[in-house]
Design a protein around this ligand. Structure first.
Ligand SMILES: Nc1ncnc2c1ncn2[C@@H]1O[C@H](COP(=O)(O)OP(=O)(O)O)[C@@H](O)[C@H]1O
Ligand SMILES: [Mg+2]
Length: 460
């Protein structure tokens, strides 16, 4: 095939050039030129002729037809996908290097493949020998898995085409190592990543074979990372977790075939990622009860309520400026909670170094965990433990008020299921037709001060 022509287009001013330059001579923007393929004649004619087979049709006549999903035996993975894998869909799995993307996809590939329906796993990062070694560690064997070490998009698709009638799925690890010879820029460059992803996307739609792409995210917020691909693919999943902990969360941030912000919980072990069917239990497993500075928050990850332990430690500051250190919580929300405790409740946290931590390496973005942070802090400062069977739910406002949270009933049910008998909830949510589960007493509170009194009892 003849090499297609390309131009370098400035992403700021849309001026285009025949070759790459560090700075756009037109608008002066640095590093803004991106290589794009020129439209070929064939492309322009198809774009100009409307496809008459696709006429507008009344909503009532649109045939929904159940989407036949390919079952995935890894239940947590299937859950994040929205119940199974849709044929012809393209799924991007993003995550930091070393978090376990290749491990996860090798396991998924093995789970999807069958003797008569193999999966092609293409790696641009590792040789088949390296992958074989990992597969051995993960206990994966057998022939439903085909390995290929290749980085040229056209060559990958040619190999995939050759396996076509029976190919179950294609895995490309990673999209940053793939390039097309039609573009002169290096693999991993934004234009290469975008063009290759678009080709895989077209191929998936044409062949009706699902494609998985791995995309690296770097701490510096890589330009050519998964972000630039989010609009091209059907589903975007992020694998997250603290590398020093074993828990990994697979979170869907975009899904054309299911709910977004659905979360699957895994544990990284020698044998690979194992599914955690009962994450709340896992996160609370090592909890010490009757220790000051710990409170149980009921957060929501996607549609799933999760109980997590929030730990706080207040210790007298030996320097002028008290320190605030946080792990797993939003730093600014911690500052806000501390300020509210100082001004509205009168706690002397201005003289204390504060450390706050979410156990298990989880990252909690949700404000509904605020109240648990406040209670844990007060508990540490007063050196009084929170009762072991008390859970805490509520957002904290600037006036010290406890504000409503979403999906309270799901949270109550999860707390009850794990044996909690009391739960602090926002007062405003009490009068709604709330049916608390058996055995769970609701303790409605209006303010942080009330919550602390309810949790710790009178000041000793
Ligand atoms: N022998 C092992 N036992 C347990 N965990 C391992 C072992 N070898 C590798 N790992 C885990 O696998 C991770 C690397 O996974 P990998 O799938 O290669 O990540 P990615 O593809 O996202 O870069 C390591 O960070 C480590 O946590
Ligand atoms: Mg990898």
């Amino acid at each position: 095939m003849a090499k297609r022509e390309s131009r370098w287009v400035c992403q700021q001013c849309n001026w285009s050039y025949a070759r790459h330059m560090g700075r756009c001579p037109n608008c002066g923007a640095w590093d803004s030129l991106v290589e794009v393929l020129l439209e070929t004649e064939a492309n322009t004619t198809t774009a100009a002729t409307p496809r008459l087979s696709q006429r507008p049709q009344p909503l009532s006549q649109v045939d929904v037809g159940a989407v036949d999903r390919i079952p995935v035996s890894m239940r947590e993975f299937a859950r994040v996908l929205g119940g199974g894998l849709v044929p012809g869909s393209i799924v991007l799995i993003g995550g930091e290097p070393g978090i376990g993307k290749s491990t996860l996809l090798l396991q998924v590939a093995a789970a999807l493949g069958a003797a008569e329906r193999p999966v092609l796993y293409v790696s641009g990062e590792e040789s088949p020998q390296q992958i074989k070694m990992r597969a051995k560690r993960l206990g994966i064997q057998g022939d439903p898995l085909y390995l290929l070490s290749e980085t040229e998009a056209g060559a990958i698709l040619a190999q995939a085409n050759a396996m076509l009638p029976t190919l179950q799925a294609l895995v490309v690890d990673s999209v940053q190592t793939v390039h097309t010879e039609d573009l002169t820029s290096a693999a991993g460059n934004i234009s290469q990543v975008r063009e290759c992803a678009a080709r895989f996307q077209r191929w998936a739609k044409e062949s009706n074979v699902p494609v998985f792409l791995v995309g690296h995210v770097t701490k510096e917020g890589a330009i050519a990372g998964p972000k630039v691909l989010e609009h091209i693919v059907d589903t975007v999943l992020y694998l997250e977790g603290d590398p020093f902990h074993t828990y990994r969360l697979l979170r869907s941030v975009k899904n054309r075939f299911g709910a977004t912000s659905e979360v699957g919980v895994f544990e990284m072990q020698e044998q690979g990622l194992t599914e955690v069917a009962n994450p709340s239990e896992a996160f609370l497993a090592e909890r010490m009860v009757n220790v000051p500075g710990s409170a149980i928050a009921v957060t929501l990850e996607g549609t799933r309520p999760l109980l997590v332990e929030i730990q706080a430690l207040a210790s007298h500051t030996s320097f002028g400026n008290p320190r605030r250190t946080v792990n797993g919580l939003d730093f600014n929300r911690l500052l806000l909670t501390i300020a509210v405790l100082i001004r509205r409740v009168g706690l002397r946290l201005d003289e204390q170094d504060v450390f706050a931590n979410v156990v298990g390496g989880l990252q909690i973005e949700e404000p509904a965990a605020d109240l648990a942070v406040a209670v844990a802090l007060a508990s540490s400062l007063r050196d009084q433990p929170v009762p072991a069977d008390l859970a805490v739910v509520g957002e904290v406002g600037l006036s010290g008020e406890v504000r409503s949270v979403g999906q309270l009933e799901a949270r109550l049910n999860e707390a009850a299921r794990l044996g909690f008998t009391k739960i602090l909830i926002p007062r405003a949510m009490q009068n709604k037709r709330l049916r608390p589960p058996q055995g769970l007493t609701l303790l409605p509170v209006r303010s942080v001060g009330e919550a602390i009194d309810a949790a710790l009892g009178p000041k000793r």
